[in-house]
Design a protein. Structure first.
Lengths: 280, 291, 295
């Protein structure tokens, strides 16, 4: 399978070299360099409008860069269509949930398994044994994935009818169904309270440990990012540029980051507290 | 050579009618991202209103045009408020809006067919006769139509570029949500946009009816306007005008050498070719989905 | 009996064509107002193949369907190729153009086709059993297709094509497949129509016919096969019974399109999987036997 052959070719699953994106007069992304090793968990934080989602859009093929190189498993992926990139192993969730509202939870997940059909139209038309066999496989695997995230009970419900938290979970498992090597998560914890954030963090960590794919996580809930990236790196973006990168400890103490994003140190009653800066 | 020029003139005159329609179409498209299928009904209303205005009420031509505009704008606003606004408010998928628009079109056009019958009606002689310029015959009505179209389009340009309301319309074209937050009254803008569309369709309908004939299915011409808009680049108003003129000229030229019966087939072929080789049209802007 | 038989045959023909449009519009979300054009291609192709080239009836029907399918690529290929929001509207406009272009071509071609005079003396090979059989097969086929991976991909494209693409669905091939299949169905329906009416004229296949088909899908329900099938039958039967409304048919449909979209976009049976659970439940309920014990 081409996916896993390519995996052996390069130590880095993803590389950005001098990538820029220009919309008219605006530089949404300015000369970004980035590497992601195999199986690594990368956090990406920054104020709104910093270019984080644009970065994800570049990786998933939604738009091409104006300049620079993007390498996936050592090969350039610029100009490759999003569906082909998905087959190569890149999968994502969206900032605004984009589930298929009138399809069931099961169908949403199963899509990842058969976006590229596994049997022909004639097989489908005549319900050949081959197609029946494949459908059984799909059912098993999709149900397995639903079990993994605790959505089995909702399998037959329309995705649009689910609560917000469950929808986020569904988006996550749908993205996993494509068997990715690189998973892009765009604010999966958006709009969640502390409890929900905690549950989500646990879920993402266990999935990452079990499947071992590379992850790039965009999040505004700093606790989630710090927790998940405890043993790896975080990139901080601002105004289209990488401001800093390093371990959570390092970036927390980086002055540039503090000023741009995490907020100035304030001294109250002899204790210093950090406030999230107003512009997130 | 004169034959060529004659066809050119003829092509421009039909192209002018197409461009009026195309601008109305492109305006709605650029703001709301959907195809107003009902605008063939607007055109029919314009044509019939002017026709009956002249024949039943003996209005002078100028008054008939105004009357036709009033009736058409009325229909346009009615369709907007009943068929489009409720769906827009719900952010209904574009397919649903297209179906609703189609419904409005079907209802209006077939109602006209029932009420007025399918007979082809000729406008009474208004400005018949032609001038001869450099050996080419230019119909008086065609000149008038072209001149009037220029005036209307210039007024529209002035409105969009130089007035505050026009600015609101252009803002909505770029980003309806943000425009709304910035204080643009989206419902009012919708009425204005459809009103303008109504005016343009009415004038196009009147001149088309005067040039050819008035009958309930004359709205089928609007597909030429849509093709013209695609040629020029969907969403671009200037493109709509240029594309429609070009379509009118090409269509007339080619059909004069082949056979006028195949006119529509030629436009369709042009559409397919444009989609194949110039998908963004002459001036089309690429739109990126927000993810 | 003959009258009822006519309604049944016409309903079956309508059902086959409507199934095609349901796949294209109801599932894949592609608006088409030119499907009568595909019916026309299939109708004329199968009739001509049978009458002038000695092709056997059923093969002629299938070939007519293929002819319609191939003709659909003329608009499908250019319209689906690019990306962006604009494409759905391009396709819709192209279908309108296509329907009219086909009609124009048929009106002006006289060799084999008969031009505006039409094609006459087609043998009446579409009997009631034939129509029922084809409609039944068509329904099974459509059901199998939509339940398969291909069908689910079409569904995803219809719901959110951007997300579908991100999840690995090839938009171009999926849409093209849906279009080809739906055109094929329309072509076969057209063939049946020709061999029933024994006479074909380009005027049979105008926007009115395309609107009839669309009405069955819209009223019957999006993302459903059984809804449009039932509606296809009703929309043949009701206008026959209410003859006086015939002229008003399209006006009523038009108004109903708006009303349905505003008040009940799911139509009659939209978004419901066709299954027979209700049938088993009804059978169990009707079976005499031990009354159920309350738990």
């Amino acid at each position: 399978m081409e996916k896993h052959d390519a995996a052996k070719a390069s130590p880095n699953v993803l590389e950005f070299k001098g990538v820029s994106v220009q919309f008219g007069g605006v530089r949404a992304v300015n000369n970004v360099d980035l590497t992601l090793a195999r199986g690594e968990f990368l956090g990406l934080i920054g104020p709104n409008g910093a270019g984080k989602t644009t970065l994800l859009n570049l990786i998933s093929g939604a738009m091409p860069p104006t300049s620079g190189e993007i390498l996936f498993n050592g090969q350039s992926i610029v100009g490759i269509s999003p569906d082909r990139l998905c087959h190569l192993g890149i999968s994502r969730t969206f900032q605004n949930i984009r589930l298929f509202p009138k399809m069931t939870v099961f169908e949403n997940v199963a899509l990842g398994l058969h976006a590229r059909p596994n049997y022909s139209l004639t097989d489908a038309l005549f319900c050949t044994p081959r197609s029946i066999r494949r459908e059984k496989q799909n059912i098993e695997r999709a149900n397995g994935l639903l079990d993994l995230v605790g959505l089995s009970a909702y399998a037959k419900k329309h995705a649009g009818d689910l609560s917000y938290g469950l929808q986020r979970r569904l988006e996550l498992v749908r993205a996993m169904a494509t068997d990715p090597q690189l998973l892009l998560l765009d604010e999966p914890a958006a709009g969640m309270n502390e409890d929900e954030c905690g549950n989500l963090t646990k879920l993402i960590r266990s999935i990452h440990q079990e499947f071992g794919f590379g992850v790039i996580l965009i999040e505004h809930h700093i606790q989630v990012v710090m927790e998940l990236c405890r043993e790896s790196r975080i990139y901080v973006m601002n105004l289209g540029e990488i401001l800093a990168s390093g371990t959570p400890m390092e970036i927390q103490n980086d002055t540039k980051v503090i000023n741009a994003y995490l907020g100035e140190k304030r001294t109250t009653n002899g204790r210093t507290r950090r406030q999230i800066s107003r512009n997130c | 050579m004169t034959f060529f020029l004659q066809q050119l003139v003829s092509g421009i005159s039909i192209g002018a009618i197409y461009s009026l329609l195309a601008v109305g179409y492109a305006l709605v498209y650029s703001v709301y991202n959907f195809t107003n299928w009902a605008f063939d009904a607007f055109m029919v209303t314009g044509a019939f209103a002017a026709f009956y205005g002249i024949t039943l009420f003996f209005m002078p031509f100028a008054v008939a045009i105004v009357f036709s505009i009033v009736m058409t704008v009325g229909l346009a606003l009615f369709v907007e408020t009943t068929a489009y606004r409720p769906l827009r408010a719900r952010q209904a998928p574009r397919l649903f809006m297209m179906i609703s628009a189609m419904g409005a079109s079907l209802a209006a056009v077939n109602l006209a067919n029932i009420l007025f019958g399918g007979a082809f009606r000729k406008f009474p002689d208004i400005a018949t006769g032609a001038y001869r310029i450099a050996g080419v015959s230019v119909g008086k009505m065609d000149l008038f139509a072209a001149a009037f179209s220029c005036v209307v389009l210039s007024l529209l340009w002035w409105f969009l570029e130089r007035t505050k309301l026009g600015l609101g319309v252009r803002a909505s074209a770029l980003d309806t949500v943000t425009a709304g937050i910035m204080g643009v009254n989206n419902n009012k803008i919708a009425l204005i946009i459809f009103g303008i569309s109504g005016v343009l369709s009415a004038v196009a309908g009147v001149f088309f009816g005067a040039k050819y004939a008035v009958f309930p299915y004359l709205g089928l011409v609007t597909i030429k306007a849509m093709i013209g808009s695609i040629i020029g680049g969907i969403g671009s108003l200037v493109g709509a005008v240029l594309g429609s003129l070009l379509l009118g000229i090409l269509e007339t030229m080619i059909s004069s050498y082949v056979s006028s019966v195949y006119r529509d087939l030629i436009s369709f072929s042009i559409l397919v070719l444009v989609l194949l080789f110039f998908p963004s049209g002459l001036m089309g802007a690429k739109r990126v989905d927000k993810l | 009996m003959g009258y009822l038989s006519t309604i049944c045959v016409l309903s079956c023909i309508n059902i086959v064509a409507v199934l095609g449009l349901a796949i294209l519009t109801g599932y894949t979300g592609l608006f088409s107002i030119g499907h009568a054009g595909f019916m026309a291609v299939g109708a004329y192709a199968s009739a001509i193949l049978y009458m002038h080239f000695g092709v056997p009836f059923y093969l002629a029907l299938v070939l007519g369907g293929f002819a319609a399918g191939l003709s659909s690529l003329i608009i499908g290929y250019p319209a689906f190729r690019g990306a962006g929001k604009l494409r759905g509207d391009y396709f819709a406009i192209a279908t309108l153009g296509f329907g009219e272009a086909v009609r124009l071509l048929l009106n002006t071609t006289y060799k084999y086709v008969g031009g505006a005079y039409g094609l006459t003396e087609i043998p009446g090979l579409t009997t009631l059993p034939v129509a029922l059989g084809v409609a039944f097969l068509a329904l099974i086929g459509a059901h199998n297709l939509m339940r398969s991976e291909h069908g689910k991909n079409c569904l995803a494209v219809g719901q959110d094509e951007v997300a579908a693409q991100m999840m690995g669905v090839n938009l171009f091939t999926t849409k093209l497949k849906a279009l080809f299949i739906s055109a094929f169905y329309a072509g076969v329906a057209g063939g049946l129509f020709g061999f029933y009416m024994t006479y074909l004229s380009p005027s049979n296949f105008g926007i009115g016919k395309s609107s009839d088909l669309l009405a069955a899908v819209v009223f019957g329900g999006m993302q459903s096969l059984i809804g449009p099938v039932i509606t296809a039958f009703l929309l043949v039967g009701i206008p026959e019974l209410l003859r006086f409304l015939l002229d008003w048919r399209l006006v009523i449909y038009g108004i109903l399109f708006v009303v349905v979209m505003v008040y009940r976009p799911q139509g009659m049976l939209g978004y419901r999987e066709m299954n027979f659970r209700w049938l088993w439940a009804a059978i169990r309920w009707l079976k005499p036997g031990k009354p159920k014990q309350a738990n």
